[in-house]
Design a protein around this ligand. Structure first.
Ligand code: SF4
Length: 354
């Protein structure tokens, strides 16, 4: 799945590999599997991924145009408590795991552009160490874990197989729920079916595929390299037909000229093609970003309308004015409520107000 996305763009002409990976058989094998996809790439041995990733004076935007890949082993923490600006979907013990840094896709508004010094992509090969940390948390309480965080795991599944591995791990631990968020369109869920079916003996619902849906205008102007709306809808339909648990995320809503028309025509397509009563739940939220990240992005992207928009700053978080936020989100919630009971629609601000 998704291999076309990888091969079509010119990413990964340079691949950096940490030396120590070569000394551990399990990880060396995993690295070799990934390298096989890029026979033309120049492979460079490095001591530590930070030597490349954290270099001074990198230009994230330029670098993302011709991304290099870094294969590394992660140390320290792997799992973090969910950030305030993220939806917890009603889950108390909400965490995210970072098994990759940066994304094959290139959303103009993506917070990663403000968070990381580099546009290059890092894949951590020691996934099992992340599992160990999750097991430690599971000893204390149930865990709701976003695993496609700081990246889009589905976009590179053909390289890593990590989605499959997460499903296998989750199926073995009944107190764990994972969310795999994606904007991918070129996905074939039949590849995941064997492991999903075998693993989810409790009837499913603990592996949630969360598709972000955006109007064509937003996809074409701001969500570069992601799946088209048409392809995302097709992937959602296939996932539902095969019995996967699907969440639809209308988050972040992005203000655009005539946003009602753009979001309205997206909803018409969604309602006519997706069986909404089979969707697990929905989330709604408008663009919001920490001051620190947005400032960095504004420096690097002087011509980006979505980045340069005059957002309102509230205690270090930039967002649309309260009036516009309310107008956009309430409008969307009321349209969705025509098809789905309101208790299955999570609005970020409702949850925030607690
Ligand atoms: S798909 Fe998500 S992680 Fe990837 S660039 Fe877009 S917003 Fe960022």
């Amino acid at each position: 799945m998704q291999s076309e996305t990888v091969f079509r763009n010119k990413a990964f002409s340079h691949i950096y590999v940490e030396d120590r990976i070569l000394n551990i058989e399990q990880y060396r094998g995993r690295a070799e599997e990934i390298l096989k996809h890029f026979p033309e790439a120049e492979v460079v041995a490095i001591d530590h991924y930070k030597d490349v990733f954290n270099r001074h004076k990198q230009n994230y935007v330029m670098q993302h145009e011709s991304q290099a890949l870094i294969l590394a082993l992660k140390q320290g923490n792997f799992v973090y408590p969910g950030a305030e600006v993220c939806q917890n979907m009603g889950n108390k013990h909400f965490y995210y795991a970072s098994c990759m840094m940066n994304c094959l896709f290139d959303c103009e508004y993506c917070y990663l552009k403000g968070m990381y010094p580099s546009g290059n992509m890092v894949i951590f090969l020691n996934l099992e160490d992340i599992f160990t940390e999750v097991l430690g948390l599971l000893e204390k309480h149930p865990v709701y874990l976003c695993v496609s965080y700081d990246t889009d795991l589905m976009a590179v599944e053909s390289l890593t197989g990590y989605v499959k591995k997460w499903i296998e791990f989750t199926s073995a631990h009944p107190e764990l729920i994972i969310e795999i968020r994606t904007k991918a369109g070129n996905v074939d869920f039949r590849n995941l079916l064997p492991v999903y079916k075998d693993g989810m003996t409790d009837g499913g619902g603990r592996v949630i595929f969360a598709f972000t849906l955006s109007p064509e205008y937003v996809v074409s102007h701001y969500e570069h390299r992601t799946g088209s709306l048409e392809n995302r809808i097709r992937a959602v339909k296939q996932a539902l037909e095969l019995g996967f648990t699907v969440r639809l995320c209308f988050d972040p809503m992005i203000y655009c000229p005539d946003w009602r028309k753009e979001y309205g025509s997206m909803l018409e397509r969604v309602f006519s093609e997706i069986q909404m009563d089979r969707v697990y739940d929905l989330s709604v939220g408008s663009f919001r970003l920490s001051e620190e990240y947005l400032k960095a992005m504004r420096r690097n992207m002087p011509d980006s309308a979505v980045v340069q928009y005059p957002y309102q700053n509230d205690h270090g978080v930039y967002h649309y004015s309260e009036k516009l936020t309310d107008e956009m989100e309430k409008w969307l919630v009321s349209r969705l409520a025509e098809k789905v009971p309101v208790d299955r629609i999570f609005r970020w601000q409702d949850q925030d107000r607690g």
